[in-house]
Design a protein around this ligand. Structure first.
Ligand code: KG4
Ligand code: ZN
Length: 343
C-alpha cells in the first residue's frame, strides 16, 4: 500500500493529487490558466511559470485537505520533470524537491507523456497491460507499447504538429477561441463530417508516425482560397464552419484510429488504451471503441478528469516507479523533451 503526492506544472495547469496504490484517486486538484492565456491565443511560457508560483502551494494544500491525508502519511512525492515548458516544470520540481527534503520523503521523477500513456489504468480494477497506448495531446501524438508502466516503448510519433495542436490551430483559423479542441468538438456536432474530404496523411504504408501539418494547411486554404491566408472567413456561414469543423475532426480521428489498428497488427496485442487532452473528444473515444469492438479488442479510454493535464496520472505512475526503487536525487533537473526510447 502506497500513498503518493503528485505535482504537475508542465504547461498551463497547476495540479496536485493524492493517489493510493497507483490507481485510487483520493484528490485531484487542477487550477487551469486557460482564462489567463486566452487573450494571447495560446500559452505564454513566462506567464504560465508565474501563475504556477502563485497557486501551487494552495493547490497542494487543497489536495491534502480533500484527501483527508496528513503530510506525514504520504510515502513519496512524484513530480513531472519532462517534457514541457522548462520554466513551468521548474516550479513544480522545485516545490517537490523542497517538500521531499523538509518531510524526508523520496522524490520520483515522472515523464509527463508516459503518465498520459498510462492514465487509462487509473481506477481500473485490473491493470490493462500489455497494451497499445495512443496518446493525443497538445504537444504530442504517439503510439506506445506498454508491457508494464515502467516498461514503455515508443512505436511512433508525430513528425510535425500534434493532434491537439492541429485542433488549436484549425480553431484559430475558424475564429474560435483557445483552447480549440473543445470548441471544434462542440461546433462539429452541427456539421457534416463528410462535407469536405480533408487529407488523411498516412506517411509510408506501414508507418506508425503521424503528420498533421498538411490538414491544417488544407483547412486554411479551404477557408481563404488556395494560396491565401486571409479574407475568407467572413464569407462562411455558421453551417459552413460547422461542416469544416466536423470534416476536420473526422479526418484526424480516421488517421488516429487507422494507425492505432496498425500498431495492434504490428504488435500482436489485443488491448488499446487512450489518453491525453484530445482523448476528451467524444467522437474519438466512440470511433476507437467501435474499431476495437469490431476486432474483439479490449478498449480503455482515460476517464475525462484524467485526459487533460492532471497530477493524478503523475502520482499514479509514480507508485510503479517507487515500488521499482526508481527514486530521484535532489539534483533532479527539468527537460523540454521526453525520454522514451523508440523500439
Ligand atoms: O494533454 P493536454 O491537456 O496538454 C498537453 O500535454 O499538451 O492536451 C491539451 C490539448 C489541447 O490541444 C486541446 O485543444 C486538446 O488537448 N483538447 C481536445 C479536447 N479537449 C482538449 N481536442 C479535441 N477535443 C476535445 N474535446
Ligand atoms: Zn499533457
Amino acid at each position: 500500500m502506497t500513498t503518493l503526492l503528485g505535482i504537475e506544472t508542465s504547461c498551463d495547469e497547476t495540479s496536485a493529487a493524492i493517489v493510493a496504490d497507483g490507481k485510487d484517486v483520493r484528490s485531484n486538484i487542477v487550477a487551469s490558466q486557460v482564462e489567463v492565456h486566452r487573450k494571447y491565443g495560446g500559452v505564454v511560457p513566462e506567464i504560465a511559470s508565474r501563475a504556477h508560483i502563485e497557486c501551487l502551494d494552495a493547490v497542494i494544500e487543497e489536495a491534502f485537505e480533500i484527501a483527508a491525508c496528513a503530510y506525514a502519511n504520504i510515502d513519496a512525492i512524484a513530480v513531472t520533470n519532462r517534457p514541457g515548458l522548462v520554466g513551468a516544470l521548474l516550479i513544480g520540481v522545485t516545490a517537490a524537491k523542497t517538500l521531499s527534503w523538509v518531510w524526508g520523503k523520496p522524490l520520483v521523477a515522472i515523464d509527463h507523456i508516459e503518465a498520459h500513456a498510462c492514465s487509462a489504468a487509473i481506477e481500473l480494477d485490473e491493470p490493462p497491460w500489455p497494451a497499445v497506448s495512443l496518446i493525443a495531446s497538445g504537444g504530442h501524438t504517439s503510439l506506445f507499447r506498454i508491457d508494464d508502466p515502467t516498461s514503455i516503448a515508443l512505436l511512433g510519433a508525430t513528425t510535425d504538429d500534434a493532434a491537439g495542436e492541429a485542433f488549436d490551430k484549425v480553431a484559430a483559423i475558424l475564429g474560435l477561441s483557445y483552447p480549440g479542441g473543445p470548441q471544434i468538438e462542440r461546433i462539429a456536432q452541427d456539421g457534416d463530417p463528410k462535407a469536405i474530404d480533408f487529407p488523411r496523411t498516412m506517411l509510408a504504408p506501414d508507418s506508425l508516425d503521424f503528420s498533421f501539418s498538411g490538414i491544417k494547411t488544407a483547412v486554411l486554404y479551404h477557408v481563404h482560397g488556395h494560396g491565401r491566408t486571409s479574407g475568407g472567413l467572413e464569407k462562411l456561414s455558421r453551417q459552413d464552419i460547422a461542416d469544416i469543423a466536423a470534416s476536420f475532426q473526422q479526418a484526424v480521428i480516421d488517421v488516429l484510429v487507422r494507425k492505432t489498428m496498425l500498431a495492434i497488427r504490428h504488435s500482436g496485442l489485443s488491448t488499446v488504451v487512450l489518453g491525453g487532452g484530445v482523448a476528451a473528444n467524444r467522437a474519438l473515444r466512440n470511433a476507437l471503441a467501435v474499431a476495437c469492438d469490431e476486432r474483439d479488442l479490449q478498449f480503455h479510454a482515460a476517464k475525462m478528469d484524467y485526459c487533460t493535464d492532471n497530477a493524478a496520472m503523475i502520482a499514479a505512475l509514480g507508485h510503479h516507479h517507487l515500488v521499482n526503487g526508481d527514486v530521484a536525487d535532489l539534483d533532479l533537473d527539468t527537460y523540454a523533451t521526453g525520454a522514451v526510447p523508440r523500439k
